[in-house]
Design a protein around this ligand. Sequence first.
Ligand code: SAM
Length: 199
Amino acid sequence: MLTTDANYWEQRYQDNNAPWNLSMAAPPFTSLLTSVNAPTAGKTAILGCGPGHDALLFAKYGFETISFDFAPSAIAIAQNLSKTMGITSEFMQRDIFELANEFANNFDYAIEHTCFCAIHPSQRPDYVNTVRSILKPNGELIAIFFAHSRPDGPPFGATLEEIHDLFSPVFDTSEIALAHNSIASRQGEEYIARFRVLK
Ligand SMILES: C[S@@+](CC[C@H](N)C(=O)[O-])C[C@H]1O[C@@H](n2cnc3c(N)ncnc32)[C@H](O)[C@@H]1O
């Protein structure tokens, strides 16, 4: 499976063929952090962080962030950006599916943006278990889900129903809504969610 191989993603970064890179944080995250409902800062994992824009946004708002990506070039790009922007944020080259061994019960938040849609759909149950494992008992997944319906991938789309079915055994999935300020090419296809770990 191409997308399960770190070399596939690494090559995309080396070829400068990373059209998912918005060159800025995802606008729905910026809106959330500047809203009255902004989450209180806490220890935060960014999954499949890519070039690091979302991580640096959360770090700028006082979150202690550790970001993970298995493509070495993504980590290098993110570390350089962190230096350029003068924002302290940690970036680690890791396979997210290994994180439970190293970071069990470690984070107040996990941040998801175009990582869930990048992994193969067969890996989704593992993804849910990984996110649950690295979060503290009261932790929260803050996610932007790409819910397009085009066949094949990456990115692999998902319906609201699929998202609910996957996450609801271990998360309260009631808080999910269409994002109102997605970039033009993703408008109407992105959902912002705040899924708290079930007691
Ligand atoms: C579509 S990109 C999105 C990057 C970033 N979230 C963004 O929005 O710019 C997906 C990222 O997930 C990373 N990725 C995919 N599977 C991964 C895995 N198993 N462990 C760590 N990173 C992974 C890829 O290397 C890639 O950087």
